[in-house]
Design a protein around this ligand. Structure first.
Ligand code: NAP
Length: 277
């Protein structure tokens, strides 16, 4: 058996087309601001992608490059200015931040109604009580990919390998909100294979190259590979794709799976914030 591919690049294109169509009904242009502190080359590249994505859907975007030695107070003042600007509907602070700046304090100060990444505690709290408003981009993209399979989430046993606040923990909550039965696994899980073998939906976000092997996967499962590991200049997932695709029912590729959907969900969140949804 060979699994059906859940193509994130194609789905992201569809999301962008839908956004362009929605824009025709708006009398203003949604605006996204990205704040970069310092000049980490990987961050600069990610931001360039975000700007290009904004161009594709005709959003206004701007990048605020601040010096690496900026104080936390000055950074927060900058965020407050963006919070108050009516032409900026969404913003995010690109991670990582330099030493000496407390990431959590900075995210706290992004107004929840401008939080394009969905990582402010107010938005995460709403997710916890099943009042999803703006949800984190990667988990939201994962849900869209699972839905693409056409399989129902309700009643399924979902296993999340990884419990980071960025991916594993919120995607587990989103699956729970959709009535899956959810198991979280992490580095202290006693017998990972026993858990993953029970998964109808397996979401892997650990950052370990091809860690999940075919014997760990239930036949017919939906396998979502979030991992991005750089091996010899190319991106490789957390799942051993070539073997696992022979067991799974559906599988996301790396690259071309979760990555493009994460970027598309940033645009979707910005639109949602712009129209006050
Ligand atoms: P993270 O913050 O480093 O968290 C990794 C998680 O994996 C932790 O919960 C850790 O457990 C768990 N873990 C590590 N080794 C494990 C093992 N051997 N068995 C079971 N669990 C293990 O990473 P992250 O930010 O969630 O990212 C995970 C991966 O996804 C990375 O490769 C990252 O690059 C990628 N990513 C991709 C996208 C995308 O758009 N495609 C977005 C975000 C992240 P403990 O909590 O016990 O330490």
């Amino acid at each position: 058996m060979s699994a059906e591919l859940l193509n994130g690049s194609r789905l992201a294109q569809r999301v962008r087309s839908q956004i362009r169509r929605s824009l025709k009904k708006l009398k203003f242009t949604p605006g996204l601001a990205v704040v970069q502190v310092g000049n980490d080359p990987a961050s600069t590249l990610y931001i360039k992608h975000k700007q290009r994505d904004c161009e594709k859907v005709h959003f206004h975007s701007e990048v605020h490059r601040l010096p690496a030695d900026i104080s936390q107070e000055t950074l927060i003042e900058h965020i407050e200015v963006l919070n108050a600007r009516p032409d900026i509907h969404g913003m995010l602070v690109q991670m990582p931040l330099p030493d000496g700046i407390d990431k959590a304090v900075v995210i706290d100060r992004i107004a929840p109604h401008k939080d394009a990444d969905g990582l402010n505690p107010v938005n995460l709290g709403n997710l916890l009580i099943n009042r999803e408003r703006v949800t984190p981009c990667t988990p939201t993209g994962i849900i869209r990919l699972i839905e693409l399979s056409g399989e129902k989430i309700e009643g399924k046993h979902a296993v999340c390998v990884g419990r980071s606040p960025l991916v594993g923990k919120p995607v587990g909550l989103m699956l729970l909100n959709r009535n899956a039965t959810v198991t979280y696994c992490h580095s202290r899980t006693a017998d990972l294979k026993v858990e993953t073998q029970k998964a109808d939906i397996l979401v892997v976000a650990i950052g370990r190259t091809e860690f999940i092997t075919a014997d760990m996967v239930k036949p017919g499962a939906i396998v979502i590979d979030v991992g991005i590991n750089h091996v010899d200049g190319r991106a490789v997932g957390d799942v051993r794709f070539e073997d696992v695709k022979e067991v799974a029912g559906f599988i996301t590729p790396v690259p071309g799976g979760v990555g493009p959907m994460t970027r598309a969900m940033l645009l979707a969140n910005t639109l949602k914030l712009a129209i006050g949804g």
